[in-house]
Design a protein around this ligand. Structure first.
Ligand SMILES: [Zn+2]
Length: 210
């Protein structure tokens, strides 16, 4: 896929996420790996109204070399790309249900959402840790995200929202959507005793689709 195609696809996915309420105002940012660098949504931009020609262009070292000024949260994307050479795209949202889970204190910080459905396991993987809370702009957040992303395709930033990577732009977007659905199920089932997928069923899924 050419950079022009990736820019167009990113704008399409962003508008779709915005239209369905996955992001509001100027929240959320999306990036993709392209030849010799990255593209990312600009700072203060709405995912609903992006211009493909004005997306921020970064070089391989994440220096801004074209387009509008990049999102202030570009370091989250950098942490993921550096931890996961296989990641071709990163999606960060403040989507309601996943952020609600990120605000719960009595969950397993190593893996707050259990294996409720095969689709979550197939899209997000075996585990999705919670990265502790950091004030927006705190430089300590990047190494914390990097460490968590070494062993996970997605993380939840405590009291903030999800960061999700994928082998393609569409994969990352679909994983972020599946994470939102899994979060909704998890919240609906709090206090109930759902039947979880067994470790053997999870292994089978990851062997087949992982
Ligand atoms: Zn954010």
């Amino acid at each position: 896929m050419t950079e022009t195609d990736i820019r167009a696809r990113l704008v399409e996915h962003a508008a779709s996420l915005f239209a369905r309420g996955y992001s509001v105002g100027s929240a959320g940012n999306i990036s993709a790996r392209v030849r010799d660098g990255f593209i990312i949504t600009p700072t203060n931009s709405s995912l609903g109204r992006l211009d493909p020609a004005r997306l921020s262009r970064l070089d391989e070292s994440f220096n801004h070399i074209g387009g509008d000024k990049p999102s202030k949260e570009v370091f989250m994307h950098r942490a993921f790309y550096r931890a996961r050479p296989d990641a071709m795209a990163v999606v960060h949202l403040h989507s309601t249900m996943a952020t609600a889970v990120a605000c719960l204190k009595d969950v397993d910080a190593e893996n707050p959402i259990p294996a409720l459905t095969p689709y979550f396991v197939m899209r997000v993987g075996r585990r999705m840790p919670v990265v502790p809370y950091y004030r927006p702009g705190d430089a300590a957040m990047e190494p914390a995200i990097h460490a968590a992303a070494l062993n996970a395709r997605a993380v939840l930033l405590a009291n903030h929202g999800p960061v999700v990577s994928g082998a393609t732009l569409s994969d990352a977007v679909y994983a972020a959507e599946e994470l939102e659905e899994a979060s909704k199920l998890f919240l609906l089932l709090r206090g109930a005793s759902p039947r979880l997928l067994t470790p053997a069923q999870v292994d089978d899924l990851l062997r087949t689709f992982g």
